[in-house]
Design a protein around this ligand. Structure first.
Ligand SMILES: [Zn+2]
Length: 79
């Protein structure tokens, strides 16, 4: 499994980090988008927790790709 951090619109005011997690085998693609509404913090905390668990190895995927946008609108999020 590989976890990579990327960014949409890097270097701009709209810089939006996201993670791509690839399993070792081909499979479906699943996407988690959190923080669409900046005052709804539970989804952002949950997405960050999943990223942390994937990066530290306590959670993993074997097949496919998982894309996590943890804070969809960082300009308006309260976290
Ligand atoms: Zn909402």
């Amino acid at each position: 499994m590989i976890v990579k951090k990327h960014s949409l619109a890097p270097g701009s005011a709209y810089n939006t980090p996201y993670h791509v997690i690839r399993g070792s085998q081909r499979g479906p693609v699943f996407m988690i988008v959190a923080g669409i509404h900046g005052n709804e913090t539970a989804s952002m905390k949950a997405a960050q927790r999943i990223v942390d668990q994937l990066r530290h190895g306590s959670r993993g995927i074997q097949r496919g790709t998982l894309i996590i946008v943890g804070r969809c609108c960082p300009q308006i999020s309260y976290l």
